[in-house]
Design a protein around this ligand. Structure first.
Ligand SMILES: N[C@@H](CCC(=O)N[C@@H](CS)C(=O)NCC(=O)O)C(=O)O
Length: 199
């Protein structure tokens, strides 16, 4: 499988971490694109023009990150990152969606904040920052119950936090959300996170 990504995408990082955690890191050919290459090459695979996109040996295209992560998990013969059935499955997928949504809010703030003053809409920044903070508050309450070793939900949350910190979107979050930040400091020690640190 070929996986197209950009160097610092939290969604692509989910797939890298999931593959490494599943012992499948070497099964995936990672293709890192610049923004310009993404704009040029990706629309032919994903009409939304977004990465990550995966292309299987058969030529079948998979998007987006939850689907590609589920595909990687389906290849894994060992313990699954997404439980196959029951309440636990839906809890893991829901936490994955919350992590993905946090990533979306963080990207929203970051993109708007990078615009020049006369092009920036403060209402957009405030709305997305509000979503990021309410997501962080909910995750801070749940952090004590997170799975160890991490499953797909925790991986998604940690990738969103990594991007949030990389862009410094919520300054001081480690002090404001101590349970979440304590958990995050530990997950970062895993080889899968070390190998996929944004550059
Ligand atoms: N829901 C998608 C989100 C993917 C996404 O937002 N990708 C960003 C990079 S982090 C992107 O390619 N943005 C380019 C664009 O929106 O044109 C997923 O989970 O894969």
């Amino acid at each position: 499988m070929k996986c197209y990504m950009t160097g610092n995408s939290p969604y692509a990082r989910k797939i890298r971490v999931a593959a490494i955690e599943s012992g499948l890191g070497d099964e995936v050919e990672w293709v890192t694109l610049t923004r310009e290459e993404r704009a040029e090459l990706v629309p032919a695979m994903n009409p939304l023009g977004k990465v990550p996109v995966a292309v299987l040996e058969s030529g079948q295209v998979l998007l987006d990150s939850p689907v590609i992560c589920a595909y990687v998990d389906s290849l894994n013969k060992g313990p699954k990152l997404i439980p196959e059935s029951g309440d636990e499955r839906w809890a893991v997928l829901t936490l994955e969606a919350l992590g993905d949504g946090l990533g979306e809010a963080v990207i929203g703030v970051s993109q708007e904040a990078q615009k020049p003053d006369d092009k920036r809409t403060q209402g957009v920044v405030d709305r997305q920052a509000g979503k990021a903070n309410s997501g962080l508050a909910a995750l801070d309450k749940q952090a004590g119950d997170f799975n160890e070793p991490p499953l797909m939900g925790e991986i998604s949350v940690a990738c969103a936090l990594g991007y949030m910190e990389y862009r410094d979107v919520v300054p001081g979050w480690r002090e404001t959300y101590p349970a979440l930040s304590g958990w995050y400091a530990n997950i970062l020690k895993r080889q899968s996170f070390i190998l996929s640190t944004p550059v």
